[in-house]
Design a protein around this ligand. Structure first.
Ligand code: 5GP
Ligand code: ZN
Length: 113
């Protein structure tokens, strides 16, 4: 499969890694929208988007959020942060490997939420 985030997780495309464990990889977004903008992904291509989360793979999404809590501490985001998942065309998703944006390092504008 020709998936850019699979290649990043495998080290075939360089990235600025901030966290890695057996299931999860996290790296800095190439086009940051906040002082801290990190993408947190399952290493394996378990789902193209959030619409493919099911009973077989949801435990890995739980591990994504465990990683997010660790990364937030590592990055000094004790006063808060935002996690965003864009799903599908209407959701503004541009890369078809499920991923979560971790944003922080400033008081984020309310925008939609
Ligand atoms: P989406 O729009 O799918 O929710 O988010 C995709 C994100 O991936 C965007 O914020 C974009 O800047 C980021 N991105 C796309 N290609 C690369 C890349 O090659 N390296 C890194 N670090 N980020 C990327
Ligand atoms: Zn992938």
């Amino acid at each position: 499969m020709d998936c850019i985030f699979c290649k990043i997780a495998a080290g075939e495309i360089p990235s600025q890694k901030v966290y890695e464990d057996d299931l999860i990889y996290a790296f800095r977004d190439i086009n940051p929208q906040a002082p801290v903008h990190i993408l947190v992904i399952p290493k394996e291509h378990i789902a193209s988007s959030a619409s493919e989360i099911d009973a077989d793979n949801s435990h890995i999404i739980g591990r994504v959020f465990e990683a997010i809590a660790k990364i937030a501490k590592q990055e000094g985001l004790e006063s808060g942060f935002r996690v965003i998942n864009n799903c599908g065309e209407d959701g503004g998703q541009t890369v078809g490997h499920i991923h979560f944006h971790l944003l922080g390092g400033t008081k984020l504008r309310p925008q939609m939420l």
